[in-house]
Design a protein around this ligand. Structure first.
Ligand SMILES: *Cc1c(COP(=O)(O)O)cnc(C)c1O
Length: 217
């Protein structure tokens, strides 16, 4: 791990009262253990199989977050232990997470992933998809998932103004959603945005959770 960068990102993140998700995908268990020994507890992985394999090799009090695209048929493998899923993109997926969480008598925190980038390759919902998911959630209700906020990935670019615009858009979507669907719900408070190249911009724009990997490992 890069201790100097880790400390810098941590101090900055804390100064905004936000949390750091250390993105440990592709990193060896030894590197994760080193960061754990510095006090880091939240780790993010983007592949189910890798997450399941690493989980058993690390202490019980690690908080595992799934940050990447998740297929419905793989939810069952992480449902027994995952703390938060950042990448909910459909009602069907949310419903599956709820069903599997129920089997383990757990409640799993979920973020709604929005498409905010210019690239068409990035995952996430548009406004219409978001609203139809929220309307179903409101009418049907789910007991074993807690929708705690939103996630987004900005365009991969050096043009910082473009990135800032996309983060502002996600923040405005969050605010509108909070007002319309979660007004009385104190749990709906997270905005997961910002990675190695843009976490500082994200924090300024209201991120509560940055997902940083290459810079700190
Ligand atoms: C890999 C990844 C990150 C971290 O990216 P870095 O540029 O290495 O900080 C954050 N979020 C998601 C969804 C990722 O897949």
């Amino acid at each position: 791990m890069n201790l100097q960068n880790y400390n810098r990102v941590l101090v900055e993140t804390k100064s905004y009262d936000a949390r750091l998700v250390a993105v440990s995908k592709t990193r060896p268990v030894e590197a994760i253990k080193a960061m754990y020994s510095k006090g880091q507890r939240i780790f993010g992985e983007n592949r189910v199989q890798e997450l399941v394999e690493k989980k058993d090799l690390l202490p019980e009090d690690v908080e595992w977050h799934l940050i990447g695209h998740l297929q419905k048929n793989k939810v069952k493998y992480i449902a027994p232990f995952v703390q938060m899923i950042h990448s909910v993109e459909s009602w069907e997926l949310l419903n599956e997470i709820n069903k599997r969480a129920m089997q383990h008598e757990r409640v799993i925190d979920c973020l709604l992933q929005m498409h905010i980038a210019q690239e068409s390759s990035k995952f996430g919902m548009n406004l219409e998809e978001l609203n139809s998911l929220l309307e179903r959630l409101q009418s049907e209700g789910l007991t074993n998932v807690r929708v705690v906020g939103m996630m987004g990935m900005a365009t991969f670019t050096d043009v910082i103004d473009d990135v800032r615009t996309e983060f502002r858009y996600l923040k405005s979507l969050f605010d509108t959603t909070k007002e319309t669907f979660f007004k009385e719900d104190a749990d709906f408070k997270e905005i997961s945005m910002g990675m190695s190249g843009d976490y500082d911009v994200a924090l300024k724009e209201g991120s509560t959770m940055v997902r940083v990997g290459s810079l700190i490992f």
